[in-house]
Structure formats: structure tokens, C-alpha cells
Design a binder for this molecule. Structure first.
Ligand code: UD1
Length: 425
């Protein structure tokens, strides 16, 4: 199993390019199931989850082409959905990547049938898919759970019907699944209490380019008028706001000075606000964000909630920032019930954190000390990398496959910013 070794204590300095967003790329790749024509994507990040999604789609019969040769531009992918012959996402794949459930909506909308393994539990909580199922049922799908699989069917090979669907809970992939399903349904679908995440908007832009009729993406009510079929399109994946936030926190924690390129400040509002509150100076340019951290680092309270509030995917990184800040801070996690697994590991580096239910109280200490720690999930891993960058001496992070699921070439990018970090194979 691969590990990362980090010698802490170096301030990050320099420029770094932000990759395409994982959480936009995964649903958008699934949109290729909705059409028999070709979907050309660019700025697709080179991540393990993207490789898993490619395998899953290929296994269903999607023809995937990665352009080769002299004119190859990074992150290009063509997906051709004319010969889909297997309407199933098997357990092996769904268990390694929950986003596999995103094939459910497109498959049942276009082919009237789908079988997708139930995701089961995962490290950060139980994460059910009841909202996805409830929505598809409202659109006329008959759903049964058989041998650990969700089996969805439209009676007599017909089409899904438009419906008004009110989510009981804001769900990002739930909104994306039903939005994709509704593009080919008969009539109008209205999704209420929909997720407003920028990745939902990016997916809507791609679907609209494919001929879908969608209004309201980015608000809590999305209206989709079903069309007969979708056609091919070209789409560039939006920048990854969580990767952007992770590098900014790493720079603030190491009292560095960095510039992010190919990013978007408008989708990072709460993160930039919290960094400013912590004492960082931020300058925003076109597709650029610069951060300088001098002077005192102050603790910041935060509470995770659906977009546009503070993202749960940045909670662990800000926890690390608070461990070395002046004062104390409360962090409240409202999205996932078990998302404090990094706390045990941060404590091994000397962090002072108490947990009570879904609240963590972090008391800042002057320094962390290097140790061996274990990554438990994707964003927890990022928080440990940041901790390793500030800790005195060497930090070894075990089980970094979690990190490779969602961060493109993280050690190369951090090395470019001056960090002493290497992968041990
Ligand atoms: C997506 C993101 C993930 C992020 C999360 C919250 C992708 C591929 N992943 O995950 O990085 O951390 O949003 O911003 O985009 N829930 C139910 N029933 C459902 C669906 C969800 O109870 O049918 C609950 C979940 O258990 C969780 C909350 O709703 O407590 C939000 O989950 P959801 O937004 O669905 O997360 P994901 O879409 O899986």
C-alpha cells in the first residue's frame, strides 16, 4: 500500500493549476448514457474515481475514447453511448465509488430499466439513496430491492412521466440523478428543495448543450421539460472548488503565498470568507485566486450545510487549520454523521480536539509534531496532508488511495509549491 512522507515546516509558495471538478466530471460522464451520439468532454481530471467511472460505463457498452497523439490536450474524453447492452452497475464498482449510483437515472430514462447495487455503508456515514428511489417512483418507475440491487423498471417498456418531486433532504447526487432522468421523461418534472451546488449547474449546462430543456439549476427549484431524445455535445468541466479550497488552506496553514490558476472565486465564497476571517489576505483575479498569510492565524467557527453554505468537503481541512490557530473554534458537521474520523489522527500529531455529537471543539496549539497517521476517507486524507505540511519533522500518511480518488497529482502539485513530500511505494 502506498504512503506519503512529508517533512513539515516549509511555507508553500508559487503557482498551481486547479484541475477539473471530480464531482462535476462523474455525473457528466453518466450523461453520456442518455444519448446515442458522442459527448466530448474536456478538463476531465485524472483521478482514480474517473478511471472507475470509465470502467463502469465501458462495461455497460459506452465506447470511450481518450485522444492520443501529438495534438492531445489534457483531460479530453469522448463518450459514445450508441451500443449500450448492459443496464447494470455491479456491487464491485458501487462499493468503491458511491457516485456509481448516478447511472440509475440515465439508464431508466433511456432504456426503461436499470439494476444498480445498493451502495451500503461507507466510512463517513450510512448515506442512503431513498431520495433517488422516491423520485423515480414518482416518475412511474417500479422499484424493487433484490439481492442487494435496486431494480428499476418502467412498466411495459414505456417512458418515465414528469412529476413534482419534493426532496425531504437536500441531496446532490439525488438532484443530479432525477434531473438526468427527467430530461427524457414525458412531460414536465419539477424538483423542489433541489441541491444548488455549482456541480449541479455544470451538469445542467452539459445536458442543455445535449438538447435538454432545464430551467432553474442553481436554485432550489429546477424545472425540466422532457424531450424525445438528446444529441451529442462538447462540454468543459468546471474547476474543482474543493481542490482550490484545499490548496488555499494548505497555503494559509504553512503561512505561504500562492496563486491558483484556472479556478473560480465566485463558487468559493464561504471558503474565501472563512480564510479572510482566519487572517489570510486574498486577491481575486480572472480565473485566479491569490492568498498570502502573514501575521496571526485566528481560529474560525464553522457549520457545514448544503451550498451556498460551508461545504462538508472542506470541514476536515479547516479543522487542521484551527489546530494551529490562536484561540478555540467550534466545528459543527450537519451533513454526514460520521465525518470526524480525521480527529483521532490529528490528535496523534498533537492536536487538541474534543468531540461531542456532531460538534468538535478545537483548541489551537503552537505546533504539531510529525507522526505516522492513517487516511480514512478522501477529505480526511487532505486534512492529514495539510497537518503534515505544518508539523515539525516527518509525517507518514498511510492508505493514500483515498487521496488518489479525488486529488490529481497532489504530491507533484505540492512539490511545485516547495513542499517536501514524496510517495513511498
Ligand atoms: C455529494 C458529493 C460529496 C459531498 C456531498 C455533500 C458527489 C459525487 N459527491 O455526495 O462529495 O460530500 O454531496 O455535499 O457529488 N441522503 C439521504 N437520502 C438520499 C440521499 C442523501 O438521506 O437519498 C443524505 C445523506 O446521507 C447525507 C445528505 O443527505 O446525510 C447529503 O447527501 P448527498 O448530498 O446525497 O451526498 P452525495 O450526493 O452522496
Amino acid at each position: 500500500m502506498q504512503k506519503l512522507a512529508i517533512q513539515g515546516g516549509i511555507s508553500l509558495r508559487g503557482d498551481v493549476r486547479i484541475s477539473g471538478a471530480k464531482n462535476a466530471a462523474l455525473p457528466i460522464m453518466c450523461a453520456s448514457l442518455l444519448s446515442a451520439d458522442t459527448l466530448h468532454l474536456s478538463n476531465v481530471p485524472d483521478l482514480h474515481d474517473v478511471v472507475t467511472m470509465r470502467k463502469l460505463l465501458a462495461q455497460m457498452g459506452v465506447n470511450i475514447l481518450v485522444p492520443q497523439g501529438d495534438n492531445v490536450r489534457e483531460g479530453e474524453l469522448s463518450l459514445h453511448g450508441a451500443q449500450i447492452d448492459k443496464l447494470e452497475a455491479p456491487y464491485d464498482m458501487v462499493k468503491t465509488m458511491r457516485a456509481s449510483v448516478l447511472v440509475l437515472g440515465p439508464l431508466i430514462a433511456r432504456f426503461g430499466e436499470a439494476r444498480v447495487s445498493l451502495p451500503g455503508g461507507c466510512a463517513i456515514g450510512s448515506r442512503p439513496v431513498d431520495q433517488h428511489i422516491k423520485g423515480l417512483q414518482a416518475m412511474g418507475a417500479i422499484i424493487s430491492i433484490e439481492h442487494g440491487y435496486i431494480h428499476a423498471q418502467v412498466p411495459q417498456g414505456g417512458k418515465l412521466k414528469g412529476a413534482r418531486i419534493l426532496f425531504d433532504i437536500v441531496s446532490v447526487t439525488g438532484t443530479e440523478n432525477l434531473m438526468m432522468a427527467a430530461t427524457l421523461a414525458k412531460g414536465i418534472t419539477v424538483l423542489e428543495n433541489a441541491a444548488r451546488e455549482p456541480e449541479v449547474v455544470d451538469l445542467a449546462h452539459c445536458l442543455i448543450a445535449m438538447g435538454a430543456k432545464i430551467i432553474g439549476a442553481g436554485s432550489d427549484t429546477i424545472t425540466i421539460t422532457g424531450v424525445e431524445k438528446l444529441h451529442g455535445a462538447s462540454h468543459r468541466i468546471m474547476p474543482d472548488r474543493i481542490e482550490s479550497g484545499t490548496f488555499l488552506v494548505a497555503a494559509a496553514a504553512t503561512r505561504g503565498n500562492i496563486v491558483l490558476h484556472d479556478t473560480r472565486a465566485d463558487i468559493l465564497d464561504t471558503i474565501l470568507e472563512k480564510l479572510t476571517e482566519a487572517g489570510a489576505k486574498i486577491r481575486v483575479g480572472k480565473d485566479e485566486i491569490a492568498l498570502t498569510m502573514q501575521g496571526a492565524l485566528k481560529s474560525v467557527n464553522l457549520r457545514t450545510a448544503p451550498y451556498p453554505a460551508f461545504p462538508t468537503d472542506m470541514q476536515a481541512q479547516f479543522m487542521t487549520l484551527n489546530t494551529i490557530a490562536d484561540g478555540s473554534a467550534m466545528i459543527v458537521e450537519t451533513i454526514f454523521e460520521n465525518r470526524f474520523m480525521h480527529v483521532q489522527e490529528l490528535r496523534r500529531l498533537g492536536a487538541q480536539i474534543d468531540i461531542e455529537g456532531n460538534t468538535a471543539l478545537v483548541r489551537g496549539t503552537p505546533k504539531l509534531e510529525g507522526a505516522t497517521v492513517m487516511a480514512t476517507d478522501l477529505r480526511a486524507s487532505a486534512s492529514l496532508v495539510i497537518a503534515g505540511l505544518v508539523a515539525e519533522g516527518e509525517t507518514i500518511i498511510d492508505r493514500i488511495y483515498h487521496l488518489d480518488r479525488g486529488y490529481e497529482r497532489i504530491e507533484a502539485k505540492l512539490s511545485q509549491l516547495g513542499a517536501n513530500i514524496r510517495r513511498i511505494k
